[in-house]
Ligand binder design. Structure first.
Ligand code: KG4
Ligand code: ZN
Length: 344
């Protein structure tokens, strides 16, 4: 089955084609980072309009100009969670293409797609596995038993890890996207000049809390003029605190579940220090640690096409209505065929 994937949940417009027999055939992406840069954050209305502006040329790039017959067997688009206007653009375009081509369409859960992104890699993990999802909007640890069977072990009680990176980057006067810019600055920072807390690691449990960490940075730099080295030192200490916290919780989750594989997904999974730290954790504990390549950690359409393909192959598809959800808890997902699953 060949599936067209469309991602427009936030500030990346992306299109991909995944084939169940041949794997990923094509993918392309347009980042809106420059569009939103002057505003210091993503402006939802501008995001939606830009998705609409860019989708036609991205689709043409992937599918070609003249289509004599349907180029795919189905269409998958991100249906949530995300910015509602942005989501509706991808949903309307995806649903309309599927209607014109007389093929099924399916709205994909963005976080499920992140969790399944490692399956795009040459040596994909086998179910069941443990997953750490660290994106701009979510931080959670879950046991991934099968497609649609996700047992959430812990999650952020406030800010997501990516959000904490972005807010701290802003405090340090860095531009967008905050996470990668802070990580780049941290490369020049010295460890242990500043030290920030490892939130919720001093008590049992697998939940996260990152908003206090951002406050600790505010307190540390308040009233000080930071030179370039001091800013780098703060960035380094912040990154170390986040990486340490995530690694401590992953070690706990591996021990609690006895899982043999840890998958790391979502934008913060592109962070090199986190990747190195979790690889070391895996080496020490005998678990295999798997990451999508960095470009499939951050938002992309390859993961949407793949996640859509798995559910479409299992017989799921949506009706003709264009539907998207700004909020859509991962816990609401069901496995294909389970009670409450979307009907074929
Ligand atoms: O998964 P993603 O692309 O979008 C969401 O679904 O949220 O994640 C974006 C988040 C942003 O907060 C961004 O700053 C962060 O991932 N991020 C990073 C890095 N690359 C992206 N954070 C730290 N280090 C990175 N290299
Ligand atoms: Zn994402």
């Amino acid at each position: 089955m060949r599936v067209l994937g469309i991602e427009t949940s936030c500030d990346e417009t992306a299109v991909a084609v995944y084939d169940s027999a041949r794997g990923l055939e094509a993918h392309t992406l347009h980042s809106q980072v420059e569009l939103h840069a002057p505003y210091g954050g993503v402006v939802p209305e501008l995001a939606a309009r830009d998705h609409l502006r860019k989708l036609p040329s991205l689709l043409e790039k992937i599918l070609g100009k003249r289509l004599e017959r349907p180029p795919v067997d189905a269409v998958a688009y991100t249906a949530g969670p995300g910015l509602i206007g942005a989501l509706l653009v991808g949903a309307a375009v995806g649903r309309s293409l599927a209607y014109a081509w007389r093929v099924p369409a399916l709205g994909v859960h963005h976080l499920e797609a992140h969790l399944l992104a490692p399956l795009l890699e040459p040596e994909p993990p086998q179910f069941p596995f443990l997953a750490l999802l660290v994106s701009g909007g979510h931080t959670l640890l879950a046991e991934i038993e099968a497609l649609g069977r996700y047992r959430i072990l812990g999650q952020s009680l406030d800010d997501a890890a990516g959000e904490a990176f972005d807010k701290t980057a802003k405090l340090l006067g860095l531009g967008l996207p905050g996470g990668p810019q802070l990580a780049a600055l941290a490369l020049r920072g010295r460890p242990d000049v500043f030290r920030f807390p490892r939130p919720l690691t001093d008590r049992p449990g697998l939940d996260f809390s990152f908003s206090g960490l951002k406050t600790a940075v505010v307190v540390a730099i308040r009233g000080r003029t930071l030179d370039e080295q001091a800013r780098a030192d703060v960035a380094r200490a912040f990154e170390d605190a986040v990486v340490d916290t995530l690694a401590i919780k992953c070690a706990r989750a591996l021990a609690a579940t006895g899982a043999g594989t840890l998958v790391v997904a979502g934008g913060v999974g592109a962070n090199q220090r986190l990747r190195a730290r979790l690889q070391a954790l895996g080496a020490g504990s005998g678990a295999r640690v798997v990451f999508p390549r960095p470009e499939f950690c951050t938002d992309n359409a390859a993961m949407i096409a793949l996640a859509g393909c798995l559910r479409l192959q299992a017989g799921e598809h949506d009706g003709l209505a264009v539907q998207a959800r700004a909020r859509w808890p991962l816990a609401e997902l069901t496995a294909p065929g389970d009670a409450g699953a979307r009907q074929a």
